[in-house]
Design a protein around this ligand. Sequence first.
Ligand code: NAP
Length: 422
Amino acid sequence: MAQFKVAIVGAGPSGYFAAQALQNLATEECSFAIDMFERLPTPWGLVRSGVAPDHPKIKTVSKVFEKIANTQGFRLFANVELGKDLSLAELQERYDAVIIATGSPKGKKLGIPGEDLANSMSAADFVPWYNAHPDFAGITPDFSCDTAIVIGAGNVAMDVARMMAIAPHELDPTDTADHAIDALKKSSIRKVYISARRGAEFAAFTSPELRELPKLEHTNVRMSKEDIAQAIARVGDAIEKDTKSNLDAMTLIAENNDFPHERTMEFLFQHTPKAILGDEKVEAILFDTPTGEVKIECGLVVTAIGYFADGVEGVPVESGKVKNVDGKVAENLYVVGWAKRGPSGVIGTNKSDAAAVIELLVSNLSAPKNAADIKELLGDKKIVEQSHWEKINAAEVAAGEPDGKPRRKVVAIPEMLNIAHN
Ligand code: NAP
């Protein structure tokens, strides 16, 4: 029987779905030994550090990841960084195939004046901050203002706006980082705008996310009836299914005139940011609108306008993605997920995407390499293997239990390693 060794770099959804696709293709004649490498001591990628904590259902996919990880032939090497602990060339030498699954962690910039003022930040920093990612624990959003503006009309903008606009006690039974719950409890922000540069018919929100907004228990959600009516008129009868579903959901929001709460989330359409104004820190945004320039005062700006792939040592990146043809990058090097196709689609999109790349990868395999085990290159590195991660996981779940949280996340890497190895 032939056994091929495959390395997957990145323990997020696309990495796990690539592993699952390999496991699904295993036969009696051909199997796969899968080693998954992850820079952090914790796996699950965006499911841990991206998905909004008030959306716990989306995170249940982690059960699928754990099943994949506990399938014979799978090994986790977390706390191992490509480019530092191992080189790409070393992986390519020792594995029959290497799959890059490192996502798109960097936030796109607006490129307008004032973007670098204090308290103007990217969702690429803000989201992992509230999700307890160790690299972002030190950022300190200042919530002492009464108004925040989130720029972008996608689901990430919606998550960010919702996290600031709901009553902070609603986050108590979630796995939001303790530091974020503490800061949001002290927040003076009572108004959160979401600004879209185009009309409502072009918004990238998905309708399930829009449909949950009227159910918020402590937040007014406002949309202008006129904005939505105009969008409906502009699209006319030749309307696509998803656009119709979105505009139907927006009509329901816009028809509500009852605003009893102290906190408000309001949508601004056809507002193109022109400059962020302020002396030392954010004071306002200047927008271009169909009726001219509009200045809106605010003390915090979060841009959620998309992401791009980070340079991974030795991996070619072009236009924010790893350069590839149908997932193939070079001889025995492949890419999946957002690093391959850009930051689009929901978590499940990565399943079909990875399956197609794995089919191509397997069709290109000939004879197994029979190279030495990678462990010998890692020396005394504190690797977090699956059994170690399970200790961190169990400790977090146990720590959350008394407060009714799904988990209380450990933030500091030394503490994670301590739990893993002691
Ligand atoms: P997205 O859906 O692509 O939305 C990006 C938004 O940024 C668009 O509205 C875009 O407007 C706007 N934008 C881009 N450049 C801009 C600029 N220079 N000025 C102003 N606005 C600008 O991206 P995302 O929100 O980052 O989400 C990424 C993917 O993750 C999406 O597929 C999303 O559905 C998914 N996601 C899903 C969930 C969920 O299922 N709950 C949660 C989070 C994310 P234009 O259209 O005008 O370019």
